[in-house]
Design a binder for this molecule. Structure first.
Ligand SMILES: O=C(O)[C@@H](CO)OP(=O)(O)O
Ligand SMILES: [Mn+2]
Ligand SMILES: [Mn+2]
Length: 553
């Protein structure tokens, strides 16, 4: 495993690997919280170190097309596994196109169960075409099949409003056409399919990494018990909430229950079947556990109907969550973590709750838990439970405290960390807060640089995808911001298509004799893993995409 080409002698450790989540590169300063931030450390790194730009979206990371923005799942999977895998979005598309999803035992079991008990079929999931966690087309394809082929008479849909991967107030752009779609299906197939409940994705059901189980408990109350504020339709709920709280964005809309003259239209009852139609796992695991675990104790499930449940995919391939699912997940093996453990490398992974699973679960190919407890330490700093625009510094300083200590301890060969700020605050759409988020990360980079210098190690600074560098919706033709009715730039809460930096900081100066391999014409996130092996003085695994660096001359 010795890499003879890069360094003349063994480098002091550690390699500190920084993911600035959601901090991409974009030249245009307009609505750019990165270029408009005061970032002396980042500026210094860019002026004095080797760096390149990496592609972090679309087909380069295994998404269906180049119009798909990057996201944390594919980003960390790609970084951690050194090559790309067709991701959930693509695998579900293919399973629907070939029809295999409807022949699989996951789907058949749900149909048989609700048919046998004369129950309804429920669909819960993120209701948009954002293609990060889910896609509306998948839901529609399943409903069509259910009505026309399986001839299940009743379906109830529980919609989690997005506004995070799509326009911040775009919910009705999806709800209104979807109601027409349902009407048409009901007419055509003589079925009774309706929207039954919903709410903003940050308020109900889609919590992750156990940051706040109350969110899932509220989802249970809303979708399963059908308890909460009732409205005649989803549209009425959305319009009412917007009127009551001007400026509210979709991801934060409160829960709602749809009711008619005889009460709520769609509680989950004994004999019903339920699909959670998100394919991405982080925000799907908790609700799956609530449906499936017999001795679940995170909140009281009242009621706990005897329902058949399936997730769109197996979300955790190690813990096997959920037990029943519709589409086989990508099998992401031979990850960097596995190889580094085999090479005896001592590793630390750290982030705050909101991104903890990104540097552990996603990094390790959607497997939770340590790979080797003798070599690894995973540290989670508990996140604040507040709207992040109110505390854009989040837990960056606390993470940095731990990493500075770890760098100086001599206990680790590689330390990987994720700063959540650029992304989590970027998603709020609040420009000023996003700028503070970026400045916070920069301040922390300065501390890591000092610690790295003292230890004689190397630091890599990169990101999984962009977000904070593009905080306004842009007109596709002119590239100028779009404006809302008040004449203010329209906030953009989603990730971006922009590239990310890959910076190598080596205070010893030895890396100055290296250069980026010019033969790699389009460097991307998947080239990172092999490059880390180079920087650790190890031979990169052959199956990985090639490393970025080479010796000069
Ligand atoms: O918050 C999330 O779930 C996604 C956006 O849908 O962001 P990220 O991929 O950065 O985790
Ligand atoms: Mn991310
Ligand atoms: Mn994000």
């Amino acid at each position: 495993m010795k890499n003879k080409t890069l360094f003349k002698h063994r480098r002091p450790r550690p390699l500190t690997f920084v993911v600035m989540d959601g901090i991409g590169y974009r030249a245009n300063p307009e609505g750019n919280a990165v270029s408009q931030g005061y970032t002396p450390h980042l500026d210094w790194l860019l002026a004095n170190c080797h760096y390149t730009l990496l592609k972090a979206h679309g087909t380069a990371v295994g998404l269906p097309s180049d119009s798909d923005m990057g996201n944390s799942e594919v980003g960390h999977n790609a970084i951690g596994a050194g090559r790309f895998f067709p991701q959930g979005a693509r695998l579900v598309n293919e399973a629907i196109a070939s029809g295999s999803i409807f022949e699989g035992k996951g789907w058949r079991r749900l149909i048989d169960f609700c048919r046998k008990h004369d129950g309804s079929m429920h669909f819960i999931g993120l209701f948009s075409d954002g293609n990060v966690h889910s896609h509306l087309d998948h839901l529609k394809a399943m409903l069509k099949h259910l009505a026309l082929h399986d001839k299940v008479l009743r379906a109830r849909i529980h919609i989690l409003l997005d506004g995070r991967d799509v326009g911040e107030t775009s919910a009705l752009d999806y709800v209104i056409p979807f109601e027409s779609f349902l009407k048409e299906i009901n007419r055509q197939a003589g079925v009774d399919y309706r929207i039954a409940s919903g709410g903003g994705r940050m308020k109900v059901t889609m919590d992750r990494y156990e940051a706040d189980w109350n969110i899932v408990a509220l989802g249970w109350k809303t979708h399963v018990a059908a308890e909460g504020r009732t409205f005649g339709s989803a549209q009425e709920a959305i319009e009412t909430y917007r009127k009551e709280k001007p400026g509210i964005i979709d991801q934060d809309l409160p829960p709602f229950v749809v009711a008619d003259g005889s009460g709520p239209v769609g509680p989950v009852k004994d004999g019903d079947s339920v699909v959670f139609f998100n394919y991405r796992g982080d925000r799907a695991i908790e609700i799956s556990r609530a449906f499936e675990e017999p001795d679940f104790d995170k909140f009281p499930r009242i009621p706990y109907p005897n329902a058949a449940y399936a997730g769109m995919m197996e979300y955790d391939t190690e813990a096997h969550i959920p037990k029943n699912y519709l589409v086989e997940p990508p099998v992401i093996g031979n990850t960097m973590g596995e190889f580094l453990c085999k090479a005896g490398m001592r590793q630390m992974a750290i982030s705050e709750t909101q991104k903890f699973g990104h540097v552990t679960y996603f990094w390790n190919g959607n497997r939770s838990g340590l790979l080797d407890p003798n070599l690894e330490e995973y540290v989670e700093v508990p996140s604040d439970r507040v709207p992040f625009e109110e505390r854009p510094w989040m837990k960056a300083a606390e993470i940095t405290d731990r990493v500075v200590e770890a760098i100086g301890s001599g206990k680790f060969d590689m330390i990987r960390l994720n700063y959540a700020n650029g992304d989590m605050v970027g998603h709020t759409g609040v420009f000023q807060a996003a700028r503070i988020a970026v400045e916070t990360v920069d301040l922390c980079l300065g501390r890591l640089m000092k610690a790295t210098q003292k230890a004689g190690g190397i630091m890599v600074v990169t990101a999984d995808h962009g977000n904070a560098e593009e905080m306004y919706e842009l007109d596709k033709k002119t590239g100028k911001p779009k404006y809302n009715e008040e004449g203010k730039p329209k906030a953009k809460t989603a990730h971006t298509l922009n590239p990310v930096w890959f910076i190598v900081y080596d205070p010893s100066g030895e890396c100055a004799s290296l250069r980026f391999n010019p033969e790699i014409k389009e460097p991307k996130l998947t080239n990172i893993a092999a490059t880390c092996f180079q920087l650790l003085d190890l031979e990169p695994p052959e199956l990985y995409d090639p490393p970025l660096l080479m010796a000069n001359g």
